[in-house]
Design a protein around this ligand. Sequence first.
Ligand code: HEC
Ligand code: HEC
Length: 356
Amino acid sequence: MRKALLATTVASTLALATFGSVIAGDDADNALLTRARALFKPLPADASTPERPITPQLVALGRALFFETRVSTDGKQSCGECHQPMYYGTDALPRSVGNSGKVLPRNVPTVFNTALQFSQHYGGNRVDVEEQALKALVSPLAYGNKDFAAAEARLRAIPGYRPQFEQAFPGQAEPVTAENWSKAIGAYERTLLTPAPFDRFLAGDTAALGAQAKQGLDKFIGIGCAGCHNGVAVGGQMYQKFGLTQDYWNLTGSTEIDIFKGRDKGRFQDTKKDEDAFIFKVQQLRNVAVTPPYFHDGSVAELPDAVRVMGKLQLGRDLSDGDVADIVAFLESLTGEVPAQFAAVPSLPIGGYKRQ
Ligand code: HEC
Ligand code: HEC
């Protein structure tokens, strides 16, 4: 009897001990979760807004147009040429090659989750994904059309699109327009969200991140990365100077850019205001582990090096190898799944503009 009691006591003490350590682990996890929830948000189902609604017809049309090359002057440019399914919505080049072989001044960011950023492009010179898609039509580096009328003529020369435009924009006398092109592509982009383990963590499943990723999250917040990279896209919510402690090219090895006649000065390239020199959009970090190379000019090839550069340039800190490895493990938890409506290129209507 006594022996049995002792055994029970030992067993329950053991159970209590184990239970106690689980509680301690849970406490640490819950504390981290609380800190993370104050800074980040899980992805919504899509990035539509009351002003930018999405319908299945808009998205289907936008998906086709995204991969359409016949609206460009060299017959080769499409969003999908530079934002490719196989590279998580990038082209994996340091700098993209555009119309008639022209090299673009900047590295291509992913189109995934980009509609959730507060502006588009490294210099933030596009207010949203719709304006971005519209202006690409007349950019000499992208679609190369001399004006919107020329782009619309190319679009109207592919008869198969007309019924799709009519369904997506019912009741319009002439729905095949540049503006509707941008609304359809924008609607499609607003569906390209990639839920990741970090979203499951934020939803309360603390086991969704491994121990090293949790340490990395703790450091990402504690060191100060999250001061700039926060919100639903872990970035994309503000502008900041790139190179707070020294000139960025000292650490990135960036070269001068012909088109800019020197250094890429970020927002200054568009605004020409001195206070905008070297101010860039704080890039979103969703899918960053699978979208090398890094920074506005693709000057850094590997993620651990990009993290080290950020620590030194933005926070004046020499991160240890352990810090870098932990932060990279956290950044890997931001890798989501390629959306099904992006993984395969849709079949496009036949006819129209001839390739040159
Ligand atoms: C020739 C290559 C090329 C083509 C074609 C192209 N893009 Fe891009 N895209 C880029 C590059 C390079 C940037 C970065 C430009 C910058 O930041 O100044 C970019 C930036 C973007 C951004 C902003 C992302 C961010 O993080 O700020 C979006 C959105 C985008 N492109 C969507 C599209 C869509 C939609 C199309 C088709 C209508 C398209 N792109 C066609 C190369 C291309
Ligand atoms: C003061 C604001 C600020 C802080 C702090 C900051 N960043 Fe950044 N981060 C930026 C800006 C701005 C960019 C875009 C720079 C560019 O591409 O030219 C950027 C870009 C990046 C990129 C490259 C993204 C890409 O797709 O090319 C990574 C990775 C990154 N940051 C990680 C971190 C990490 C990790 C920390 C903490 C050690 C950190 N950042 C701290 C502002 C900041």
